[in-house]
Design a protein around this ligand. Structure first.
Ligand code: TLP
Length: 344
């Protein structure tokens, strides 16, 4: 039985065009600013994000952490949504690298209430840390790939800027948000001061993420990237795949979204599972295991035995992610296999 890997869009294989571009890429020492392929990727990325400048980094986590370092100083506070990747999955980087404290605010489908965010901004008082930064995540991973409503983002950015605070967007999947809204990444990222996006998720490149913002701020970020050991040399080998990803893999994300919707429709019919179809907005399907004979890790293990690879998101939740290496024809097959396991 052929395994179908729905654990994440990070498992995607680079396309033949990417491998060829990597083979052919002109390269140089990027720490000297001399890699033409990296320079081109950074230019294209800045333009796609509608920002002045961009920086190529090894991973989404490195890019988020460099962004936080570049927006803050030791002893300050960063407002993050309580289920955000930055807070949940980045090994306490805010504390360990920036020496800042995270202040969490709950979200609804990943979107924080602007009033709660405003209430979390510190007044000027020597007892308090200074609030330095507000982070948002779009699409929101732990909420199931939900898109932040543009009005919410605009309200958050407006209040942040009123308080003199920058906003950073973890846009690991910002192109999924753009495609879901029939918009562009530049429009999605317009309200924020800095945005990170990943090449190595739905866009299927093997490695890399970009951080975009003002010219001055990106120059600062370049120094922090070096500090974290992220100054790579002939990195054009990797950037070449990233350019192919931006040129050829953005529009096809719509297929992943359609496949996720089909998958979700089928799962919503199955007894023992609970799924809110309204959260299925991009390439993820997050559902709850309500059948008391299963918990999420046990069901994930049983599905693995029939070649449906997925991930437990807590004791009762399971996440499935569609991507370039999952075809529309795989969807009924996945549903059949899941139904087979549940009806045992
Ligand atoms: N997310 C991974 C896991 O770490 C959970 C996944 O499989 O979804 N921001 C967001 C919103 C992410 O989802 C991820 C990766 C990152 C940042 C980090 O990117 P990498 O893995 O490149 O460090």
């Amino acid at each position: 039985m052929q395994p179908i890997d729905l654990r994440s869009d990070t498992v995607t294989q680079p396309t033949p065009a990417m491998r060829q571009a990597m083979f052919d890429a002109p390269v140089g020492d990027d720490v000297y600013g001399e890699d033409p392929t990296v320079n081109r990727l950074e230019q294209v990325a800045a333009q796609r994000m509608g920002k002045e400048s961009a920086l190529f980094l090894a991973s989404g986590t490195q890019a988020n952490q460099v962004a936080i370092l570049s927006h803050t100083a030791r002893g300050e506070e960063v407002i993050v949504e309580e289920e955000s990747h930055i807070f949940y999955y980045e090994a306490a980087g805010i504390a360990a690298l920036s020496a800042c404290q995270a202040r969490t605010v709950p979200g609804h489908r990943g979107a924080m209430d602007p009033n709660r965010v405003e209430a979390a901004i510190r007044a000027d008082n020597i007892h308090y840390p200074r609030t330095a930064l507000i982070c948002v995540e779009n699409t929101h991973n732990r909420a199931g790939g939900t898109v932040l409503p543009p009005a919410n983002l605009e309200a958050l950015a407006a209040l942040a800027h009123r308080h003199g605070l920058p906003v950073h967007m973890d846009g690991a999947r910002v192109f999924n948000a753009a495609i879901a809204q029939g918009s562009t990444a530049a429009t999605v990222a317009a309200p924020v001061d800095s945005v990170m996006f990943c090449l190595s998720k739905g866009l299927a490149a093997p490695v890399g993420a970009l951080l975009a913002g003002s010219r001055e701020w990106v120059a600062r970020a370049r120094r922090y990237r070096k500090l974290l050991g992220g100054g790579m040399r002939q990195a054009g080998i990797l950037a070449a795949a990233g350019l192919v990803a931006l040129e050829t893999m953005v529009d096809r994300l719509a297929e992943d979204h359609a496949n996720a919707r089909e998958l979700a429709r089928g799962l919503a019919e199955m007894p023992g599972l609970d799924l809110d179809l309204e959260t299925v907005q991009t390439n993820m399907v997050l559902f709850e295991v309500v059948d008391s004979t299963w918990d999420a890790p046990a069901l994930v293990a049983a599905l693995g035995q029939v070649g449906v690879l997925c991930g437990a998101f807590g004791p009762r939740h399971i996440r499935l992610v569609t991507h370039n290496d999952v075809a529309a024809a795989d969807v009924p097959e996945v549903l059949d296999r899941i139904e087979g396991v549940l009806s045992r």
